[in-house]
Write a protein that binds this ligand. Sequence first.
Ligand code: 13P
Ligand code: SF4
Length: 362
Amino acid sequence: MIQIADILQTPLEYARLSTDELRDRITRRKAELNAVILGHNYQRVEIQAVSDFLGDSLGLSQEAAETNADVIVFCGVHFMAETAKILSPRKTVLMPDLRAGCPMADFVTADGLRRLKERFPGAAVISYVNSTAEVKAESDVCCTSSNAVEVVNSFPREQTLLFVPDRNLARYSAERSGRPYLTTSELGSEQIEELPEGAIVAWDGYCYVHDDLVFEELAAAKRRHPGAKVVIHPEARRDLLQHADFITSTAKMVDLAEEHDELIIGTERGLIDRLRQRFPEKTLIPLSGAAVCGNMKMNTLAKLAWSLDHEKHEIVLDEAVRERAEAALRRMLDLSGGWRPPSAEEEAIESAGLRSSGCDCA
Ligand code: 13P
Ligand code: SF4
């Protein structure tokens, strides 16, 4: 058991410890709690180094649905920890810093979505996983950046789709699936008589990190590296995406970095820092040096050690909301082939605590 004298009171006190000591404490405490650390690709490199599983939103939600750990510590932003709790209600889910929210997720509230649904009674609702549990609970299905087009294509071609909260991912999915597209701002507050058949109505939200990427930065990077391929995250604007060789999620960007020697990468800096450590011999260029998600970076090694020692901050959800949000997430995982109910044999292994956690993906 952890020695009480070992526990420091505030994250600030942990910040005075050396990196080695913090890492030792994290390892020891993780074993005591049977905890697993899930880290998003945008985390600081020192957090990535202690994460048992690193990945994009889809990979992290798949891992959260399958891990046999008793405690999940989520190093990401609030909606990701909520997703872990939705999928693993009996596990304790912790976040090192509760203030690490996602401004894109905050664009849409459950009330706002309910009002939109009232205007389009026959429409289906797709919520990007970057949304609150309450918004997911109002949705038919969730999607991530890696499966949005697949999720859109799973609905009848003529059905109206309400897509929240990322207008850019919605537009990209509309173009890929050949559907008409408009945003809630274009709709205004008037009752719409007739929408084009099968339209995607996108909430007018966006990610400030990706929406701020501009063509001038890409053009400058291309001038310096004319032979480089360009990969951009679908949260970026259309006028930028049209210059990309690949448009994909952060996990697939890792695969592309394995395959290419020279790559301009349009996403948050954390991913590129990690890739440069992993492939020091390659030329991996951030499309923009300013693409930093301050929210993701709120998690530090000191706060992580504090979080494990104090078993804080625990994510708690209203059960009725959680159940409805789970249905939307499970539908997505079923569509992505990433989740199936465990067999009786797997259940037995799970309850005996024999499944190994983590991966060697980093
Ligand atoms: P993915 O890691 O799923 O590509 O998502 C990017 C993102 O912005 C998460 O906040
Ligand atoms: Fe939200 Fe964008 Fe930060 Fe991801 S990068 S957490 S979408 S603000």
